[in-house]
Design a protein around this ligand. Structure first.
Ligand SMILES: [Zn+2]
Ligand SMILES: [Zn+2]
Length: 191
């Protein structure tokens, strides 16, 4: 029996026409080598993560995950991150034993599969929202950074899906994403 998820991917659907600003090509920038402070590949902990992501990809998305999933201790307040350039996923080692870690993996896999399929892979995209709901992915990776006392109430995303949380509002006309120079949009403001 076919799952709802596979239907999601195969069914041809009309898509909203993207506004000219929301589909800017990723600006060219020098390729940065991945940092060496990730938990090294080949360790049992690393292999277990790769296995877990591959397995969730098949069971929840009915599609294989064919890139790398790595622990990255540099992630401080996010649980995971998808990299558009080489399609690898980073996960925060602090999330390892959290009960909702599977949901965080699903969230990142939504970015991964939709991006590779040329669908709307950003948080604000209808494709992303629909798929996230279908597979039961977490809406926002939980804040695991206990070192912060300031409440970061403002949540922004750039045109390439990088997320930022700020205590104070950001002037999105003046400031751009620090990672890719993409345009910033406010996605959520906590009360
Ligand atoms: Zn995300
Ligand atoms: Zn960005």
């Amino acid at each position: 029996m076919r799952t709802r998820v596979s239907k999601f991917f195969t069914k041809k659907r009309a898509r909203p026409v993207p506004s000219p600003t929301s589909r800017q090509p990723h600006p060219a920038r020098p390729t940065k080598k991945r940092q060496g402070d990730q938990t090294s590949l080949g360790t049992p902990m690393q292999a277990a993560l790769q296995q877990q992501v591959e397995s969730i990809s098949i069971t929840a998305f009915n599609r294989p995950f064919t890139h790398e999933a790595v622990w990255n201790a540099r992630l401080q307040t996010t649980g995971g991150r998808y990299h558009l350039k080489d399609h690898h996923l980073d996960f925060n080692p602090k999330m390892k034993d959290q009960p909702d870690f599977d949901a965080i993996i699903k969230h990142e896999l939504c970015h991964y599969h939709l991006h590779l399929l040329g669908r709307g892979y950003k948080h604000a995209d209808a494709d992303f929202k629909a798929l996230l709901k279908q597979v039961g992915g977490s809406r926002y990776a939980p804040d695991v950074g206990a070192r912060r006392t300031v409440k970061r109430k403002y949540h922004y995303t750039c045109s390439n899906g990088h997320l930022f949380d700020r205590a104070r509002p950001v002037d999105t006309k003046r400031y751009r994403c620090g990672r890719c120079r993409g345009k910033l949009t406010l996605v959520k403001k906590d009360d």
